[in-house]
Design a protein around this ligand. Sequence first.
Ligand code: KQY
Length: 355
Amino acid sequence: PRQDGFRMPGEHEPQAAVWMAWPERTDNWRFGGKPAQTTFVKVAEAISQSTPVNMVVSAQQFENARQMLPDHVRLVEMSTDDSWMRDIGPSYVVDKDGHRRGVDWHFNAWGGLVDGLYFPWDKDDAVAQKVCEFHGDASYRAPIVLEGGSIHVDGEGTLYTTEECLLHPSRNPDLSKEDIEQVLYDYLSVEKVIWIPSGLYNDETNGHVDNLIHVVRPGEVVLTWCDDENDPQYDISRQALDVLETQTDAKGRKIKVHKLPMPGPLFISENEASGVDVSHGMERTPGERLAGSYANYLVTNDQIVYPLLDDNLDAEVEDLLNDLYPGYKVTGVDAREILLGGGNIHCITQQVPYV
Ligand SMILES: NCCCCCC(N)=O
């Protein structure tokens, strides 16, 4: 049903909790998921300085996760297929009277039987409703396949996404661009969708927008930028800039674009690839180009938690984020292990709005 009066708040708005899901899938996380688990602990510890963290974990990993995580991180036993809470969790909407509910998108592991990353994905597809159930919030099944990492909103009617992902035949092949826009209008109360042609080069999610841009505040975004005209990212980022600079947002504002340097380029090493079980959906071969992006950070209450990816650029990015987010705490976490799994800090987190 339409979410009349319910809108998806921006990530910069107050949050009650952030959800994550404990990594253990050995065909996505190398060496039995141990390095990734250590990284997830660091991300959870950083976020929990600003917002309570709930960590979904399997029964099998419960004891280990309990030992590795600080006591103030709450564990919730729940079945999943993998750990991408941005994509399998609910996209929360709120109304003016302090009510909230979750939009529960269909999930098909980033492409289903066309170019999905694993099979099956039914446990992941059930997570959004269970997260809402935990909070005693209603959830609404939306009539399209969509991952939360493929959309960014400003909370004031504008939604940013990529055509590469939302119009990919592996998601909703029977729906037109207009049909998909209508669902976004109906379920998130957005008034304008800004369609960026492609996402980050070689991103296995088919170019999720959260790996290319982030919304700093209404009317202002960061964009992953590359100045090497021989790099495939060069044209992709210029196409995105062209769209962002020629469109206006839902409130008629010109969009201010801040360039974030692209890390690397980064490639998976022999050692890193060797620790992953063989998989039919995910490429983890030595020399594979990694979809690294500093835009894949989480805004959570008074803190920015961003990925440390490239020794030559991390400090510059921290300065940029400090300039863009005055008054926020800016925390970097070494995110190489998350990147090896195909995403980053924004992809492994999902916020619940404070109402
Ligand atoms: N291997 C799966 C990678 C999923 C990345 C998720 C995201 N929101 O970018």
